[in-house]
Design a binder for this molecule. Structure first.
Ligand code: SAM
Ligand code: SF4
Length: 377
């Protein structure tokens, strides 16, 4: 029998309001629909049960704003989903109360990812964020008080109006909380959106500064003792108990493992097939109410596509990638060139195993996807 899938993503699309820069599948408000939505997710879970392990390695509730879900419905969902070794919930700071933190805790959540973005009130306004810097700190301490010892903060850089000094302050404020994990993303503004139109000129100015911001983020966080384990992700080194603080769920994506995604717009990759569920809430719920799977866009995955993804995602990590598994997709001339330029290196595999592993150097990682794209045959 094929190995059961160990990783489950659940999409909770509801948000209090829509932030101008956001391109995720979201639905504003609709408190009256939260119960029906949880019914839909649980019905979809039943359709996928057969491929899922009864006990998972990771469960990730993302959004949207999972913590905007009606508390009784969020609790019903968490109590019914399969147990997992790592259970992460994304939270917006203004939604985190002591009661919410306790609800998460008693339902097996052991990791919270808090969407901070920036600590500067004027930049938060540019992003249409509801939470202010004090809400972030309050949320963080409510989570700590409830017993959470694995908290991640999301920051964004390249925000219109931001400069190197503001970014430095943001990182300092984040570090003052000493989170176990930090994700630092370059702001992406989708062309054609109102946000891109309103901030066009300033976004072009920020694009020029992006490389410098990225380098400053890496330098400061590594200097503060964090492990730069993925292009945009940092964690404290293993603690005294040997606890690995990388996101196990995201590591599974980056390592090309299979995962099931439930909910509107969610993507699944299972046994060589990939599908994306309809992003439309009405048809999604109607299908599941009628006992049918929701509409899904199917994408058969050729071996070559999987290999290319392994290179693109695997080289974002600070762990070497076994060459034999991706050799057919790597251009040997390009590899020799990036090695000569000091952007990548080949290392022997661990003792007892023949073969080589590929890794980007620090400079190669700072140049990022451009180097990786160059390597693809
Ligand atoms: C799926 S979002 C949802 C998180 C949560 N609703 C929030 O807003 O805090 C997860 C993270 O993606 C990042 N993100 C969202 N839109 C982005 C964009 N356009 N560019 C860069 N990062 C973005 C933010 O840091 C955000 O916290
Ligand atoms: S709260 Fe998060 S998911 Fe919702 S619109 Fe804002 S960034 Fe997007």
């Amino acid at each position: 029998m094929t190995n059961p899938v160990q990783h489950l993503y659940v999409h909770l699309p509801f948000c209090a309001q829509r932030c101008g820069y956001c391109d995720f599948v979201t639905v504003v408000g609709r408190r009256g629909q939260h119960a029906a939505h949880v019914d839909g997710l649980l019905a979809e879970l039943e359709l996928e049960r057969a491929v899922l392990a009864p006990e998972l390695e990771t469960l990730f509730l993302g959004g949207g704003t999972p913590t905007f879900t009606e508390p009784a419905e969020l609790e019903r969902l968490l109590a019914t989903l399969p147990p997992a070794a790592e259970v992460t919930v994304e939270a917006n700071p203004e939604t985190v109360t002591p009661a919410l933190a306790a609800l998460l805790r008693r339902n097996g959540v052991n990791r919270v990812s808090l969407g901070v973005q920036t600590f500067q009130p004027d930049l938060l306004r540019v992003l249409d964020r509801v939470a202010g810097p004090d809400d972030v700190r309050r949320a963080f301490y409510h989570l700590r008080d409830a017993g959470f010892d694995n908290i991640s903060l999301d920051l964004i850089y390249g925000i219109p109006g931001q400069g190197p000094a503001e970014l430095e302050t943001d990182i300092k404020e984040a570090l003052a909380l000493r989170p176990e994990h930090l994700s630092c993303y370059e702001l992406e503004a989708k062309p054609g959106t109102r946000f891109a139109h309103v901030h066009g000129e300033e976004l072009r100015r920020q694009a020029v500064a992006m490389e410098g911001y990225f380098e400053a983020v890496v330098e400061t966080l590594v200097g503060a003792g964090y492990r730069w384990y993925e292009t945009a992700n940092f964690c404290l080194p293993a603690d005294a108990d040997g606890r690995d603080l990388r996101s196990r769920h995201n590591l599974a994506y980056w390592r090309g493992r299979d995962y099931v995604g439930l909910g509107i717009g969610a993507v699944s990759t299972v046994r060589g097939q990939r599908w994306r569920t309809t992003p439309r809430l009405g048809p999604y719920l109607a299908a599941l109410r009628a006992g049918r799977p929701p509409l899904r866009e199917l994408e058969p995955l050729a071996d070559s596509v999987r290999r290319e993804e392994r290179v693109m995602l695997g080289l974002r990590l600070d762990e070497p990638l076994e060459v034999a598994t991706v050799a057919a997709s790597v251009d040997p001339d390009a590899l020799a060139r990036v090695q000569r330029l000091g952007l990548a290196e080949l290392l022997p595999l661990e003792p007892g195993r023949a073969g080589e592993a590929l890794t980007l150097t620090r400079r190669g990682r700072l140049l990022g996807d451009a180097v990786t794209a160059d390597l693809l045959a």
